[in-house]
Design a protein around this ligand. Sequence first.
Ligand SMILES: Nc1ncnc2c1ncn2[C@@H]1O[C@H](COP(=O)(O)OP(=O)(O)O)[C@@H](O)[C@H]1O
Ligand SMILES: [Mg+2]
Length: 255
Amino acid sequence: MKICVLNLSGNVGKSTLAVHLLAAFAPGSKIISVESINASNVNDVEALDVEELSASRFKEIFREIMFNDEVIVDVGASNVAAFMTEMTRFKSAVGEFDLVLVPTVPADKQQRDTIATIDWLHKLGIDGKKVRVLFNQYATASLEPVELVYAQVAGYGATDGKGKAVFEPFAVVMLNEVYELAKSSKKTIMELAQDSTDWKAARGDAKRAGDLVAMERAMAAQMTHDLAATAHENLSQVHGMLFPAAAASAKARRA
Ligand SMILES: Nc1ncnc2c1ncn2[C@@H]1O[C@H](COP(=O)(O)OP(=O)(O)O)[C@@H](O)[C@H]1O
Ligand SMILES: [Mg+2]
């Protein structure tokens, strides 16, 4: 799979989702982080293969996309305009992608930029079936349905945006502080969720030893693990929606 994560706006979760939703589920994938040098934060996860390239080196980016079978391109906000300009010069580049993922969040500006991004992709001539909108940072406690929380994007999907992207069934990634907590761990959410350390036992040991620091660490780790498990369940469900074939074969392997 060759996947591009794109949005004219920053802070919609492009890098987060490139790592925790895409790369974590496709071991061996190469991540191309299109950012000005050292601006990216995706290379913090130990297990991942990340290459940072600025959009001004588009030929190298294009070459990587053609060369690798499993590639995830995360276009940073600082480089998105230049990246888009290059995509209009190298007209076949966009056709290399099996999927362009456009994350959005509830903030007004980000929703407007999401719509502009989809319009731009449409003008570039990409097949709307390959463009998928991801509704990120949905607050679990929100009593409002997705259609209302992301009213602009959902409304656009039902009108002008129809056929330009896949909006439904809504792929929703919940707001979860573990994405922030994961950064210092250098691990993916999947790794954190699958960590089998018995933190309760570790806490007991620390308590008996009178080691307050170790006790604090065990308590924090137990909470992080819980949040990661919740996030991982959500990510698995969304991943299954985006890639039904991969989900079916994983299920068959487990059976
Ligand atoms: N579902 C989520 N829940 C909570 N925080 C999130 C979520 N998705 C992203 N974030 C946080 O939002 C911020 C922006 O995400 P990032 O992936 O860096 O966006 P982008 O790459 O689009 O600029 C980061 O601090 C990240 O940890
Ligand atoms: Mg980013």
